[in-house]
Ligand binder design. Sequence first.
Ligand code: GMT
Length: 382
Amino acid sequence: MGSARPLRIGITCYPSVGGSGILASALGEELARRGHEAHFISYERPFRLPAGAPRLFYHPVVINDYGLFKYPDYTLPLSVKMAEVSRDHALDVLHVHYAVPHATAAILARSMLAPPHRPRVVTTLHGTDTTLLGRDPGYGPAIRHALRQSDAVTTVSAFLERETRELLAVDRRIDVIHNFFEPRPARRTREEVRRELGVGKEALLLHASNLRPLKRIDLLLESVARIRPAQSFKLVILAGADFSPFAPGVRRLGLSDRVVVRENVGDIEDYLQAADLGLFTSDMESFCLSILEAMCFSCPSVATAVGGIPEVVESGRSGLLVPPGDADAIARAVESLVADPGRRQELGREAHRRARSLFSADVIVTKYEELYRRVCAAPETA
Ligand code: GMT
């Protein structure tokens, strides 16, 4: 950063378990560590945000429930809080993660302020804000407007940049800044965690997600049910949502002694370091942060070749990619690595090297800092 003055960045994200919130929290933490101020503005404190860290602040958005409204409104109180924090803390930038409704709220907040108090607005698209909501006629025009009005727009993969241009007809500069992950030290040993999960000599497969339909938990279970020998693995599912709707599927497929579920785990590092292989069966991912989290622990993944995943994993070098929706292909790829620990380790070593060289805080946070400085030096977007 040299001798440039520290920046004051407002960050808005979904604070619950989910890749965009995890990324935004980690970014704020790293910015504060580098001497900047990071002000989180959201309805809850992001769950991985450390308490008491210097230069890291949280400003809650209070939502009142008025009887007149059938649906509670978040966008307006969020924009008012964004304007208030921007003015009171002289924010340079409002950086919003996930366009809906955060980008719209930020544009509104900026227009509420007199010119000297106006922050620049940076919008980071994470995935379904383009690929799902961008197609929705009830959202698309508002997203397109907010992207045009933002001072900078970033996407977490080149795939998502292309999708955004195509689906939202956005003709402006978009910076691709991939996700990063900086693991925290595990709190327990690998052996302790494997003991907790009841894993002996079997290979430990790991899946982590919020279980939404596009994660294809049905396909995940169907695929592991086809792995032979059936006793060669256990699968731990780190569920960021209630797993009970999938429990009948586990029983029906005879997987009750193969699948262990842990819901809403904060210390994912404990499990990541204990795993041998990640397994991700999504129909769509703009990036798939969970794959990167595993790579940081030298754990390669078998994953579907969709969206931005091929930017994260080079198939055959740092993991194995398989066609989407193909339970047999997934099972065969997993079997090949369960049976060959040497090959697994080779892929794991390359996965770790790739994670550190392309997707570390050092590389990625520096890109965000450069972007902030660029938009601050440029004239305001009208
Ligand atoms: O866009 C979403 O579905 C939500 C978002 C989240 O909060 O989990 O996920 C997206 O952002 C992550 C972080 O950038 C990416 O790793 C995920 O691939 C992406 N999800 C999809 O594209 C479906």
